[in-house]
Design a protein around this ligand. Sequence first.
Ligand code: SF4
Ligand code: SF4
Length: 440
Amino acid sequence: MSLTFIGGIHPRENKNAKDKPIELLPPPESIRLSMSQHIGVHCTPTVAVGDHVYKYQCIGKITSGLGVPVHSSISGTVKEITKSVTPDNVEKQTVIIENDGQNTPDPSVRGFDGPLSELSAAQIIERVRDAGISGMGGATFPSYAKINSAAGKVKHLIINCCECEPYICANYRLMIEDPDAVINGAKLLMKALGLRRCDIAIEDNKKEAIRLFTKKLSGNQMFTVRKMKTKYPQGDERQLIFAIYNVMIPQGKLPADVGCVIFNTETTAAVFRAVAYGIPLCERIVTVDGDCVKEPKNILCPIGAPLSDLVDFCGGLVKPPKKIIFGGPMMGQAQWDIRSPVSKGTSAALLLSASATTEYEHRSACIRCGKCVGVCPMHLMPTYLASFSRTYNFDMCEKFGVMSCVECGSCTYVCPGRVPIVQLIRSAKVRIKENRAKKS
Ligand code: SF4
Ligand code: SF4
């Protein structure tokens, strides 16, 4: 039987690229690398305009605080260092590199000479940090910091292979095309965390991945393949932990507080490549889909490549997009420009026409149907939160647990009144955080 949580929704899967093997993007003419593609402090550029850079070369480093370095995904010349609006719609320092077409790797990049089992936990963590790895499922939290905060404290490692958002299948393709990278990455994470067991959580709509991992790991006492129910947001950390261990994370606490740590599929494979071969995080798989795209694909592309290059590689557009989203349709980030660069957290790019998107012009009032309450995986009262936010009653928002909302959008999805619940909740959270900052 498949494991699951209470609440959630069943949006149409629309995984149109599910059977499309990963293809390599032709080299882009130039790339735009934001100096902050992770949660934490921004990097300081280590290159200047006119410098030649190698592929894999570190071009931005952290001087102090939480964060990871940024590396070039091509070889070429630094053309410009400027402020520009990044995919998360914030203005950040950006390094623009023109491709020399040589793809020359940094000669200092070297793999580990010897069996990986000889590496200590500290050596693994150092390599993960130096490779600039942050969560590739969209959260972008620096992976070395996640390992450090969990090591010696947690009992359970989960590799999150759910990929529950519609359209996205980048992780699924990685699982069936390179399962060893995921398994070996998980072994390295276990070593770094001081654990001897790991759960691989896969939604039951990914039958081929379940079959492959079950076969590969059969008889291996370190791994358990967990079949999860196909439901949104099954990939949310809290829902995974509840579904597998029947444990709820208390409000304001983190997975590590209940003894768990979770890594995304592609992040886990990136850990393996960084530790074994010294390859930093500078390329990733992006699912390009939506009804405006001629041929949906899964594309392995250099980080910093413009979305327009990916769309061209998919045969271009068949109709003008009304909405461009990086990530999934439920939690993704709207983009204002088709040239937006792919970043470390970009799992998908969706180009959707007016008929494929929800219009909010014809919204009605809340009819007290309670559907939003029934689907909320955090067991909140979304209808109350929305109405408190609308009337600027942020104290009541807090009392009703608004800060526990994971912004999954399930409530908005089912609302027959088309109340923009998650948008109202987001603005309440921003105001509450601003008020707290003013008081401190
Ligand atoms: S209130 Fe938050 S957690 Fe609950 S369904 Fe809505 S967006 Fe998801
Ligand atoms: S789903 Fe919409 S209409 Fe129904 S109770 Fe919630 S906010 Fe009101």
